[in-house]
Design a protein around this ligand. Sequence first.
Ligand SMILES: Nc1ncnc2c1ncn2[C@@H]1O[C@H](COP(=O)(O)OP(=O)(O)O)[C@@H](O)[C@H]1O
Ligand SMILES: [Mg+2]
Length: 250
Amino acid sequence: MKYIKSVHKHGSEIFLLELKDEKSLKINSIVKTSTSQNGINSIISECKGIDWYNNQSKNKIVYNLENKTSSYHRLKMEINSTFFNIDFNKGYHKIKKYLDLTINHYIQIWCEYRGHQYAPFHGDLSLVGNVMFDNKDEVLFVDWEQFDTSMKMPTGLDVTMTLLENICYETIRFKKIKMDVLKHFVNSLQVLNEAKLLSPLLINNPAKNTLDFIKSNTDIWKGQHFKLPVLKLSKNIIEEIDNAMYKMIG
Ligand SMILES: Nc1ncnc2c1ncn2[C@@H]1O[C@H](COP(=O)(O)OP(=O)(O)O)[C@@H](O)[C@H]1O
Ligand SMILES: [Mg+2]
């Protein structure tokens, strides 16, 4: 037996319902529904993204598009119960391990796109909610609402955004970027580059180019791009990150 635990409307015009097991009170599935065109498009993108991901990932996301009419879509997804979201009130040095796991998982999942300038795009690989971990250090990417294969997004952009998002939180905490954080950013891009999963479009000025790609492809976020934390990085910080990249790897 299941019941609806909560209902909330979310900026992307989707209702999210959590279904709990009546006895254990554990969430065992989530349901996304929408009646608007934007929301329905997000649900369709999510199904395509999950199909694409399940083809590569050892841990699959099980879903069922239960109701699909021109004015109403209902998508039910089973919870992968061993996975959790990390606690975000930790400094960068505690988050580092999870960023490294995220990059490794990206390298595995996107392996067919080695050496490609462009690759399919998740659009919101944020450690706040959409990248999950388990006790065996396995990784699960969820929330494929922005999945896109048509917009020519540079290979590696997803994880470059993840890294920049965490630098953004650092600057909010400390008003500056510490040297070890900059080094970790540069090293991470080097790891991606060695795996042939960093587009040449992101090797020079990765921070500025990331922001430019987002700004010129805002359709991917269906009106929600303004919520992306990376867009809050100041011009000075962006220059600082890009200079560090230039100085450390030339
Ligand atoms: N397959 C899954 N396994 C475990 N937890 C999940 C799964 N899918 C989603 N979740 C949990 O539900 C939350 C909301 O799902 P998400 O798809 O990110 O919706 P939203 O679009 O509201 O961010 C996630 O942050 C995660 O904690
Ligand atoms: Mg999410």
